[in-house]
Design a protein around this ligand. Structure first.
Ligand code: PLP
Length: 228
């Protein structure tokens, strides 16, 4: 069995290769290691191998892990990438650095109001649903601009970009289309004057295609930590 350290290096080289294939600088793609269902010890191993950004899906699981890794708190960036219910916004505002899954104004307003004053603004992405019926999370593309413009005004949030979780497809051209559609929403928001630097898309199975389509942050779980 390959170790987390080895698998992490493999993912880093996949990113590098994917970037060079489309003439993008390798530092234009940030690796978010998705540690959901894996232990604090696994996160620590990845940290020791140089990985400092971690994505979690479940709020309570993440907060428990943060407590176990409290000695690393200042050096780890914690990203929430799972769905967020309004009764969980306070604990998220108090504990996370980033939230990728802002898909309605009410959630954004609560996060901004509940962000503690001693912390920097919470970094957020608007989650866009480009898969239609197949997904319940994410704002419709036609409503993404209005939501993003409002979120950008909230005092304790810093809008960084767009996140999407396209329904996975084993058909390459379907997957390509899905990623392209997300990229187009991102471009549209920027064309309307929003200053965005983050396009959060790409997972273990479609990392290369996501980089080709302009992803700036890939969220990789299985390829680093193993199958869940
Ligand atoms: C689990 C998850 C990932 C990572 O997926 P892998 O296939 O394990 O790389 C990325 N993004 C989100 C939103 C996830 O829930």
């Amino acid at each position: 069995m390959a170790t987390i350290t080895t698998k992490l290096q493999l993912v880093q080289s996949r990113i590098k290769q994917a970037c060079s294939k489309v003439d993008r600088p390798a530092d234009g793609v940030t690796l978010l290691a998705v540690s959901k269902t894996f232990s604090a010890a696994d996160v620590r191993e990845a940290f020791q191998a140089g990985q400092h950004r971690f994505g979690e899906n479940y709020v309570q699981e993440a907060v428990d892990k943060m407590a176990e890794l409290a000695d690393l708190r200042a050096q780890i960036e914690w990203h929430l990438i799972g769905p967020l219910q309004s009764n969980k916004t306070r604990v998220v505002a108090e504990n996370f650095d980033w939230v990728h899954t802002v898909d309605r104004l009410k959630i954004a307003q609560r996060l901004s109001e509940q962000r503690p004053a001693h912390l920097p603004p919470l970094q957020v992405c608007v989650q866009v649903n480009t898969s239609g019926e197949a997904s319940k999370s994410g704002v419709e593309p036609a409503e993404a601009l209005a939501l993003a413009q409002t979120v950008a005004q909230l005092p304790h949030l810093h809008l960084r970009g767009v996140m999407a979780l396209p329904a996975p497809s084993t058909d390459a051209s379907t997957q390509h289309q899905a990623l392209k559609k997300i990229r187009e929403v991102f471009d549209e928001l920027r064309d309307h004057g929003l200053t965005l630097d983050t396009l959060s898309m790409g997972m273990s199975a479609d990392l290369e295609m996501a980089v080709e389509q302009g992803s700036t942050m890939v969220r990789i779980g299985a390829a680093i930590f193993g199958q869940r």
